[in-house]
Design a protein around this ligand. Structure first.
Ligand code: ADP
Length: 446
């Protein structure tokens, strides 16, 4: 087992990894930017190393300096968390070359699955359902037009290197294609320095359902069930739950099997997520595989009792998974709400909810300062109930109790969301936000 792990991240996920390492008897080294010098991960890690100024490109994305810090502090492994360098194949390769274990799949798998168009082709070859679309890259909008003629409108133009909802544009007719293509391509070149585009049929108001996979280096591969992440704003998730309400058992089984096939197709190891969209008629399609830990992983942990970060570290250390498919018992229902800061500033007063089956993942403390520079997510509230209704009620109670003063947050929004009829019925898809936003906003008194 590793003696010391460097954490190349910040915020709640850095803390989550530090806590897991502490429980496993592993020392931690946190790297941080000057902006984060007073952060909870810096306080709680065994050691901390300042790696640069606030701007991520000079700190959390600076591969050379992070590797140097790992060598200087004699770390045997690096956990990248999510975002930043977590899906950067080049960084994973540099780690491999320096003999420092990157906690995640190999650089080869990251680059294979990170190229979404390539991943699509691999899935087609292995019999996994994908959204009808282009074969390979479309060079320009005229090629995109020809594909759209065949598959029919509406279509979604997507960036092969895309992520976080960037580099994606809808087109409902041929007239909209040129602008949609150029906008999506410009955005992806700016964000990822890569302009490879492909075309998919736009599935109208699908559900986003993803499957959590764990795989070790001994051919053991398990599926920890699914998460419904359809409540999204600008393609970014706001609330996630598991199991997915009213997902027919037969469909869940088929999707889970395809998720395993997808992971096997690329020789996957470590933790990964296979994402699907499901249409109104319960047709489901692979959209991408995330080769890292995800923000919403705790809901899966709540209902399976499995510590996914611990398994990630074990697999990276070449140990077997500590559980098999037969050990997995899904119990109850879990929901996660993402709490985002709407303004930066100092948290003047903080109170977190507590009680049975409530879990908080957050880097906040009384008096801490929220930087405007990084991601706005400041806390995750996760609850579990025996039934979905129990979980919903517990979430309401937790959100009611949560107090974050000094900055503006979306807490009230999430509270009213848990009373929304479509949410309560579990009857929602990715159009939820657009349909219900005005109504929920109307309930907030400011
Ligand atoms: P990213 O990596 O940027 O998050 P994804 O491919 O995972 O991109 O898609 C993000 C979201 O966009 C999905 O959850 C879904 O809501 C929507 N989406 C993606 N592909 C399609 C599609 N073909 N039709 C309809 N919606 C889609």
């Amino acid at each position: 087992m590793f003696k010391r792990i460097l954490i190349a991240n910040r915020g709640e996920i850095a803390l989550r990894i530090i806590r897991c390492c502490e429980e496993m008897g592993i020392e931690t080294v946190i790297v941080y930017s000057t902006e984060d010098k007073n952060s909870l991960p810096v306080i709680l890690a065994t050691k901390s190393v300042c790696i640069g100024p606030a701007d991520s490109k000079d700190s959390y994305l600076n591969q050379v300096i992070i590797l140097e810090a790992a060598k200087l502090t004699k770390c045997d492994a690096i956990h990248p968390g999510y975002g930043f360098l977590s899906e950067n194949a080049d960084f994973a390769k540099k780690c491999e070359q320096s003999g420092i274990k990157f906690i995640g799949p190999s650089s080869k798998i990251i680059s294979q699955m990170g190229d979404k168009q390539h991943a699509r082709e691999l899935m087609i070859k292995n019999g996994v359902n994908v959204v009808p679309g282009s074969k390979g890259i479309v060079k320009n909008y005229k090629d995109a037009l020809s594909v759209a003629e065949i598959i029919g409108y509406p279509v979604l133009i997507k960036a092969s290197a895309g992520g976080g909802g960037k580099g994606m544009r809808k087109a409902f007719s041929a007239n909209e294609m040129k602008d949609a293509f150029n906008c999506a391509q410009k955005e992806t070149i700016n964000a990822f320095g890569n302009g490879d585009m492909y075309v998919e049929k736009l599935i109208i108001n699908p559900k986003h359902i993803e499957f959590q996979i764990l795989a070790d280096n001994y051919g053991n591969i398990i599926c920890l069930g699914e998460r419904n992440c359809s409540i999204q704003r600008n393609n970014q998730k706001l609330l996630e739950e598991t199991p997915s309400w009213q997902l027919p058992e037969e469909l869940r089984k088929k999707m889970g099997e395809q998720a395993i096939i997808a992971a096997k197709a690329c020789g996957y190891t470590n933790a990964g997520t296979v994402e699907f969209i499901v249409d109104k008629n319960n047709n489901f399609y692979f959209i991408e595989m995330n080769t890292r830990i995800q923000v919403e992983h705790p809901v899966t942990e709540m209902i399976t009792g499995i510590d996914i970060i611990r398994e990630q570290i074990r697999v990276a250390a070449n140990l077997k998974l500590s559980v098999s498919n037969d050990d997995i018992k899904i119990q109850g229902h879990a929901i996660e709400c993402r709490i985002n800061a709407k303004t930066p500033g100092k948290v003047s007063f903080l109170h977190f909810p507590a009680g049975q089956d409530i879990r908080i993942e957050s880097y906040l403390y009384n008096g801490c300062v929220i930087s405007p520079i990084y991601d706005s997510m400041i806390a995750k509230i996760i609850v579990k109930g025996k039934t979905r209704l129990e979980a919903v009620r517990k979430m309401r109670r937790a959100l009611k109790e949560l107090v974050i003063e000094g900055i503006k947050t979306n807490t009230e929004y999430m509270f009213f969301l848990t009373y929304n009829r479509d949410f309560v019925n579990g009857n929602y898809d990715t159009s939820f936000y657009e349909k219900n936003n005005a109504e929920i906003m109307g309930l907030i008194k400011e």
